[in-house]
Write a protein that binds this ligand. Structure first.
Ligand code: GLA
Length: 731
């Protein structure tokens, strides 16, 4: 279905409308963007100004809405039209003036396959300057994507100083903002605060590795802090691999306006006549059933529309990093491969350290950029390892960091101009002993693409690529961009990255890609469109991971969250934990192993084999089911609990973790969510430590009613202990 409304071409379009039988009045002033349960509604007033009038629960009827005076600012507020709040747009026009005043011109809506697309055309009152607002409503998942394009037909270029993806208004008594912060090896921690008058921004200015410290995601509770299963909340995320800024302004009328998009910081962007500037997408969902439903909406939407191969079950990985670091040879790797295969692992991934000959990559100081196999470590090449891995029944994967270069490398010696730098007269600042290649340069994009393309062409049986990125932009300057376009670098870097992602996705549709940036530096929906998963953190301590995964899975689905079992004591924190606890925490996402399996004791190897087998049995529920958060690790009682329920509700997995000492006060009664009402489930404890019985109901048939409303008693008293139950519907 398409509605077309053009105020200035009434006759032609009236005819068109008659021909197609649409009864849409030409002066229709309400634009209803909707999903099954959500409505986002705009009103065009008589002066042709566009205002949001509602975002929240779906309205079954919009009759009469037209008579309401809008509460919110203009739908896409621009600088110079008289308003004094944050703006979405600032443009310096060809004649040097800074005023933009946008008016509604027309809109179209289409509905295809459960996705409603709306385009609203806005136009400056005086200048040939145009803004299109786009909205996609994903009916079933209650998710809306919003983005904007800007173009003009002025005589010469126009400079954009602000260019938000979208602006959304809220009206409530209180606003509580949950967002994510962290650092290297402790990403996606949660904080929630009540917004007071003024502006709160979530942003990064790091250019690359953008999500290490903050994430472009949020949950905004309206009126009071939403609980997991009750309250009104809007959750969202910006799909962009570059600098982001999400500003929440509570103003003198107690309204909250969110303006979100690319961070305009030092990023003025000039567009020539007819050139189109397209913003990234802001993804958001509204739930009046609490935060958990908002997370489920985002997870299930992502699996269908924004996560590469989101509906394909993920294999179990063994990654060589924490088991071998840079120190290995073929013999050492083969020994790891042997035991990985005997455990039931499905892909062996060779991490950093396999390349560089003139400058061998034996530590982080040399070799980055020289993507030839190190002949000393691997005399039979990657091919020899692939043969061996496949002979052992597994697939092979490899680590690359193609955007980066060590000064001590052949690449840096030959291609200095490709490096992002602060000009000849200033010293280059290194991070982790490395520089960054200038992805705004199409030649560099080709190089980065070719790094991966050559590896995959030479070794077509490689099944998995881990793409790492271990520094920020920091040195600001491009030898490719002209002097008057230096401020485009932040944005063009992200565009360049996306170009490479797109080409790889097109040419390698069957490879698995992991996005990693010193751990969780690229956990965002811009990259996830082209990648299957992310490495959430270099912190693999299971105690820490409970928090990191808890935060991460508020916005991003478990299937995309790589969760690995590593050594004890943990290499980052030194904390000792049992193998069971490490497995139980790693079960919550895409399970992997990251240690030397050949160094495990027989008892541990046997446990690992069994656990991997159990994961295979339940992984579809974890990777494709709905995730429910039951007990928050942030609460005082020292527990965390989650459960997963398969789409058909025939299976469920409960995971409970104790991370404090509970004296004799074991937590009785963990209540589950999402089970089929009225159904009976058989309980089985999995990943059991020999001889230890943690529940009294093992093997028993119990009603969903009891699981949901009464809860089951869990015997976890000691810190760093855990329990996993599998529930199978019996009738
Ligand atoms: C980063 C990644 C790690 C590992 C190392 C290799 O820190 O996050 O997983 O790949 O680089 O140098």
């Amino acid at each position: 279905m398409t509605y077309i409304i053009r105020n200035n071409k009434k006759i032609t379009l009236s005819l068109l409308i008659l021909v197609f039988g649409f009864l849409m009045p030409l002066n229709a002033q309400i634009i209803h963007i909707n999903t099954n349960d959500n409505s986002l509604i705009f009103k065009v007033d008589k002066a042709k100004k566009l205002h949001q009038v509602h975002y929240g629960k779906r309205l079954s009827s919009t009759q009469g809405l037209i008579h309401l005076t809008p509460v919110f600012n203009e739908a896409y507020p621009s600088f110079g039209n008289g308003q004094s709040d944050e703006v979405a747009l600032i443009a310096k026009h060809a004649d040097g003036t800074l005023v933009t005043d946008l008016y509604y011109e027309s809109h179209e809506q289409t509905l295809n396959d459960g996705v409603q697309t709306t385009t609203i055309h806005l136009e400056d009152e005086k200048k040939p300057f145009y803004v299109n607002l786009y909205f996609k409503g994903y009916k079933q998942n209650n998710v809306i994507e919003a983005w904007t394009t800007i173009h003009h037909k002025e005589k010469t270029s126009v400079r954009l100083d602000n260019f938000a993806s979208a602006s959304l208004g809220f009206k409530a008594v209180e606003y509580h903002l949950l967002h994510f912060y962290g650092s290297h090896a402790r990403e996606m921690q949660i904080t929630q605060e009540r917004l007071s008058n003024g502006i709160k921004t979530i942003e990064t200015k790091r250019g690359v590795r953008t999500t290490e410290y903050e994430n472009p995601s949020f949950m905004l509770s309206l009126n009071k802090p939403a609980l997991e299963d009750s309250g009104e909340v809007v959750a969202g995320s910006l799909a962009w691999s570059g600098n982001f800024k999400l500003a929440f302004q509570v103003d003198d009328q107690e309204r909250c306006q969110m303006i979100a998009g690319i961070n305009p910081f030092a990023s003025s962007y000039t567009i020539a006549p007819d050139e189109v500037f397209k913003t990234p997408k802001l993804i958001f969902t509204y739930s009046n059933k609490g935060k958990n439903q908002a997370s489920i909406n985002l997870h299930q939407w992502a699996k269908k529309y924004n996560l590469r191969d989101g509906n394909k079950t993920r294999p179990i990985v063994l990654n060589s990093w924490e088991g071998a670091y840079f120190t290995f040879d073929e013999k050492r790797l083969k020994s790891m491969i042997d035991s990985a295969a005997s455990m039931g692992v499905e892909i062996f991934v060779l991490d950093d350290g396999w390349f560089g000959n003139m400058h061998p990559r034996n530590n982080s100081k040399a070799g980055l950029g020289d993507w030839q196999v190190n002949k000393k470590k691997l005399p039979n090449g990657i091919k020899g390892l692939i043969d061996y891995t496949e002979f052992k029944g597994m697939k092979f994967g490899i680590w690359v960091e193609p955007e980066m270069v060590n000064p001590k490398s052949e690449l840096a010696e030959n291609r200095l101009e490709w490096i992002i730098q602060r000009g000849n007269e200033r010293q280059a600042l290194l991070q982790r002993n490395q520089s960054l290649l200038d992805l705004s340069n199409p030649e560099v994009q080709d190089f980065v693409y070719n790094v991966i393309d050559n590896i995959l062409k030479d070794n077509p049986r490689i099944a998995y690529v881990k793409w790492d990125a271990n520094r920020n932009i920091q040195n600001f300057g491009s030898t490719y961009l002209s002097a008057n376009k230096q401020s485009h670098l932040w944005i063009e870097y992200a565009h360049g990255l996306e170009n490479v992602y797109k080409k790889l996705t097109k040419n390698y549709p069957n490879k698995i890609f992991q996005s990693c940036a010193s751990g969780g530096g690229r956990v965002e929906y811009g990259a996830l469109k082209y990648t299957h998963e992310f490495w959430p953190s270099d912190d693999t301590d299971p105690f820490e991971r409970i928090f990191i995964q808890w935060g991460t899975n508020h916005i991003f689905p478990p299937i995309a969250t790589a969760t690995h079992v590593t050594n004890s004591p943990n290499h980052q924190t030194g904390r000792e934990t049992s193998l069971k606890f490490r497995f139980d925490v790693a079960f919550a996402g895409r399970l992997g192993i990251e240690l030397s399996p050949d160094k495990l004791k027989k008892k541990d190897l046997d446990f690992a084999k069994k656990a991997i087998n159990s994961y295979k049995d339940v992984r579809d529920v974890i990777q494709h089911g709905d995730l429910y958060r039951l007990l928050s690790p942030y609460d005082d009682d020292g527990y965390a609990a989650i459960n997963y329920v398969s789409k058909d509700k025939k299976e469920a997995i409960l995971m409970v973790y104790s991370h404090a000492y509970h004296r004799r006060l074991e937590r009785n009664l963990v209540r589950m969510q999402g089970l089929e009402k009225g159904a009976i489930y058989r309980v089985e404890e999995i990943n059991k430590d020999e001889g230890k019985q943690l529940i009294t109901v093992n093997g028993k048939d119990i009603s969903a009613d009891i699981f949901i409303n009464v809860g089951i008693k869990v015997g976890l008293r000691k810190p760093l202990t855990s329990l996993i139950l599998k529930l199978t519907k019996v009738n």
